[in-house]
Design a protein around this ligand. Sequence first.
Ligand SMILES: [Cu+2]
Length: 160
Amino acid sequence: MKKMLAAMALTLLVACGGGDDEASPGSESDEAQEPTTISFRALDFGFDLEQDRYPAGPVELVMKNEGAQAHQAVLYLLNDGVDFEEFKSAVMKDQSVAPQLAKGQLNGIRQAAGPGEESSADVFDIEAGTYMFICWLPDQSLDTEKNHAELGMIEGFTIE
Ligand SMILES: [Cu+2]
């Protein structure tokens, strides 16, 4: 669907590009850029992103909770040199290392969404890097004392 829209947008650009304004192709920086939607599903326990790479620029986060528990998606930008697998395994073992490996408190979805609910964050500008969504909410079942991150609710994606 995204590809199709991109192709249509390109066709429109080409179709409208025959004017006398030579500067118009590729001068998108003059105009407000349409935000990219990063939409993903929250599950018990994990995130399912439609893509693992998105372009830098304005983005909107949209989370659909398809799990049976409430979920959030706190957004982290990994420090240079930290890769996704390294971060995930370190945080699943000891969540206190997260602030040492990444910058937290970005414009993620910190407000919990209940089962079946959709939650979004305001459009913001995102720069290139490796990012991570984490859900820190406690497991509500009776048999674990873990939080969702410890149960694997950590997922990464790249902004390029
Ligand atoms: Cu969760």
